[in-house]
Design a protein around this ligand. Structure first.
Ligand code: SF4
Ligand code: SF4
Ligand code: F3S
Length: 263
């Protein structure tokens, strides 16, 4: 991975909605096509690769057996109940092939809250015993959480890994450089929070004036992510658009951050 050839990336899909891939398709710095043709070598990605069937399996085998190594990006949670039979690709359980390809990788990045903490699949009662990648390996895993995560947090992590190794991580395995502040810390509505000015219902005068959304259920004070500064699609982010933060980058947010709305 230290050679001049583009670093090989193997991207595994699991129990998920594929919104994480959607998020990176909308990255503009660099555009996705430039990213996969000029910066990295995306050697396996079921959603965007042209190959299918045996050709796709061949690409996966070659990438994961190359002497040059590969970065493994994992999207989606991994069902573990009953030996993993609730999620299969190409006849193998997700549990089986993730264990193999994660353990052989030069670096492992769990991308999105499903892959990091299990996401909605792991919400109670979690019948498939879905888990994040860290639960199936002893290898260090870099967690890029969010539902969806911000693509620049992934790109920045890959660049950091290639140049300086694994970045400093917080207690949840997330890079401090992207998850070191709470959403509330950087929120432009914080001035209203400090002045006790709150929206009391969606669409009321306070909401129209941009007041703090705490009383509508905002979880920004308990959520670590850089949405207020990096934004999505170079455009906007939930709270700026008038929607409370629902805590999507935190472990177990479907269970622990609900109810998402309060009025
Ligand atoms: Fe979809 Fe969210 Fe899971 Fe990503 S983390 S696959 S956006 S449900
Ligand atoms: Fe904090 Fe949410 Fe209010 Fe922003 S809207 S200041 S994140 S509580
Ligand atoms: Fe998620 Fe909250 Fe950002 S819901 S996208 S962490 S504002």
């Amino acid at each position: 991975l230290t050679s001049k050839r583009r670093p090989s990336v193997v991207w595994l899909h699991n129990a998920e909605c594929t919104g994480c891939s959607e998020s990176i398709l909308r990255g503009m710095n660099p555009p996705f096509a430039e990213l996969i043709l000029g910066v990295i070598s995306l050697d396996y990605h079921e959603t965007v690769m042209a190959a299918a069937g045996e050709m796709a399996e061949k690409a996966l085998h070659e990438a994961t057996h190359s002497e040059h190594g590969y970065v493994c990006v994992v999207e989606g949670a991994i069902p573990t109940a009953d030996d993993g039979i609730y999620g299969k690709v190409a006849g193998r359980t997700m549990l089986d092939y993730n264990t193999e390809y994660v353990n052989k990788a030069a670096a492992v990045i769990a991308y999105g809250t499903c892959a990091t903490f299990g996401g909605v699949q792991a919400a109670a009662p979690n019948p498939t015993k879905a888990v994040g990648v860290r639960e199936i390996t002893d290898k260090p895993v870099i967690n890029i959480s969010g539902c969806p995560p911000n693509p620049y947090n992934l790109l920045g992590t890959v660049v950091h890994f290639l140049q300086n190794g694994i970045p400093e991580l917080d207690g949840e395995g997330r890079p401090m450089m992207f998850y070191g502040d709470s959403v509330h810390d950087k929120c432009p509505r914080q001035k209203y929070y400090d002045e006790d000015l709150f929206a009391e219902s969606f669409g009321d005068e306070g909401a129209r004036k941009g007041y703090c959304l705490l009383r509508l259920g905002c979880k920004g004070p308990y959520t670590y992510n850089n949405c207020p500064t990096v934004k999505f699609n170079q455009t906007n982010w939930p709270v700026e658009a008038g929607h409370p933060c629902i805590g999507c980058s935190e472990p177990g947010f479907w269970d622990y951050m609900s109810p998402f709305y309060e009025e």
